[in-house]
Ligand binder design. Structure first.
Ligand code: BG6
Length: 518
């Protein structure tokens, strides 16, 4: 009992993000002119500043190739903040304080002089903490990750064995490699110059409140954790659906596809959190050890399993909410004969004591009827004894739905007697919504992730063995698809829940997708 209370306290402490040990530092963003910087990183830093959560003092330096002054970059960022900040605006007075922390450094990532210029700029701040405690954020093309780290090392800005009083960390955006071999190579390249504990690989899903709540929910509620196993659970569905098509990202998507873009990272991360064993502590390594163990317990898929257990498909034209959508093959920067998948559904089996025989169904796709991410835990049905003879009984198996986004919340489905003289039963729902209990405030994932990286806590980042295990699984599927053109059955209309084969994947085991509700 005492142990549980302690765990609760620790969980809520982590979730509050209070008590972080944040020391003065400079945050250097490589890729300062990119979309990620103006849409996500600067708004996130601005909100952390508003909440008094950034270290004091702190500096933010943007590095990019374009010629810009500090003023013109600040102006651009201010304009973008007005459009993209979660608070839909900003406070002029706070901004004028915040912008004083921001400066720009023109630089070409392949040019050694640029690194000298950056170092000079950091030293010009006149405080050793601001020039030696450094968080580098690599929001650049993946092909440049290893080179930037190497050059930072050569210019004395990152040290593998940092002097104890200073620290340097590198945050790396996704995609981390495009297969196992490239991820391993990148890992080798980076860890020549950095210890693993200095590397923060991003999966922005881990920064989402509701994704963090999966562990809090599982391990602070004895009534659910007691049922979280093969004895009580029939199967689990994880859906991450997106209403948008690939839009302007056709070029990137042609190289990625849904399997690399979503399954390798976000879906497998959610799966790991739903399925992992309780960690020995809330320490980053204890949690990540358990996630890796879960990922390593996924049953490998033979080519024959893949043909039965993995469904891929691509959208053709259709309509969503009265708006017409082009076929994927007609999107900008997409080959008219592309075989890239925009939808994946798969059945995953986990060979461990807890989950043996329980299917986990994962699906994700673009141009689906709505954007929603949720986990549906479908419990086993009651024995067909008591109510079997009652035609009025309408007994559903219990379900628990964790809505990750939107309408963040948790919903428990059970059966109740309809009041009156009949013995009619009906399924009913008990629904918890974050916004009604905690208010509408939901910080952006990047706020939490940046704060954790500044504080040096890597719990919400992907460890080397995690990323490699996920790639090994995804590679086996890619290899089976290689050189195989999409068949007629591997298409779906925009605005539908994917191809028929995705339904058959479940019906083959007597299951059925339950789609998220609007
Ligand atoms: C990104 C993918 O990692 O996640 C995108 O590259 C996808 O294709 C996005 O749209 C989804 O994230 P979210 O937070 O909108 O669910």
């Amino acid at each position: 009992m005492e142990e549980l209370t302690q765990l609760d306290e620790l969980l809520s402490c982590r979730n509050d993000g209070v008590g972080r040990d944040v020391t003065p530092c400079s945050i250097v963003i490589f890729g300062a002119s990119g979309d990620l910087t103006s849409r996500k990183l600067i708004p996130a830093l601005y909100h952390l500043f508003c909440g008094g959560q950034l270290p004091n003092p702190v500096r933010i330096v943007g590095v990019a190739r374009r010629e810009k002054s500090d003023e013109s970059w600040r102006h651009e960022l201010k304009e973008a903040l007005g459009r993209f900040s979660r608070s839909k605006g900003f406070d002029e007075k706070v901004w004028s304080e915040f912008e004083k922390l921001i400066s720009y450094c023109r630089g070409d990532l392949t040019d050694p002089d640029s690194y000298d210029a950056l170092k000079d700029q950091l030293e010009s701040f006149g405080d050793p903490q601001l020039s030696k405690n450094l968080l580098f954020y690599l929001a650049v093309s993946p092909s440049q990750f290893a080179e930037v780290v190497k050059r930072l090392h050569e210019h004395g800005m990152v040290h593998k064995d940092a002097q104890e009083e200073h620290w340097q960390r590198v945050v790396i955006e996704k995609p981390f490699g495009h297969d196992l071999a490239s991820a391993q190579e990148l890992n080798r390249g980076i860890t020549d110059y950095l210890h693993e504990k200095q590397v923060f690989r991003i999966d922005h899903y881990l920064g989402k409140e509701t994704v963090q709540n999966i562990l809090a929910f599982r391990f602070s509620n004895a009534i659910f954790e007691g049922l979280w196993n093969r004895q009580s659970i029939d199967h689990i569905q994880i859906t991450v659906s997106e209403k948008l098509g690939v839009g302007t990202r056709g070029g990137y998507y042609e190289e990625a596809g849904a399997l690399r873009d979503m399954v390798q990272n976000h879906l497998l991360q959610v799966l790991a959190l739903v399925g992992m064993e309780p960690p020995g502590s809330l320490d980053a390594e204890a949690i990540r050890d358990e996630k890796v163990k879960l990922l390593q317990s996924i049953r490998p898929l033979s080519p024959e399993d893949i043909s039965k257990q993995v469904v891929r498909a691509q959208y053709f034209g259709g309509e969503i909410d009265g708006e017409s959508r082009p076929a994927y093959r007609s999107e900008d920067k997409v080959s008219p004969s592309s075989n890239v998948e925009t939808f994946v559904a798969l059945k995953v089996l986990i060979d461990n004591w807890r989950w043996s025989g329980v299917p986990f169904y994962l699906r994700t796709g673009k141009n689906l009827p709505l954007s929603a991410s949720e986990i549906r835990v479908q419990f086993r049905p009651v024995p067909n004894v008591l109510f079997a003879a009652n035609p009025e009984a309408n007994v559903d198996a219990n379900s628990l739905v964790l809505r990750l986004q939107p309408n963040e919340g948790i919903c428990l489905g059970f059966n109740g007697k309809v009041p009156g003289n009949s013995s009619r039963l009906d399924p009913v729902l008990m629904d918890f919504r974050y916004d009604t209990v905690f208010g509408a405030y939901t910080p952006e994932a990047y706020e939490r992730l940046l704060l954790e990286a500044v504080a040096g806590d890597s719990t919400l980042f992907i460890r080397r063995d995690e990323v490699e295990t996920a790639w090994a699984f995804v590679d086996s599927i890619r290899h089976a698809w290689e050189g195989r053109a999409l068949s007629n059955r591997e298409f779906y209309s925009a605005g539908t829940w994917g191809p028929e084969a995705a339904d058959q994947l479940l019906s083959a085991s007597g299951h059925q997708w339950v789609n998220p509700k609007k």
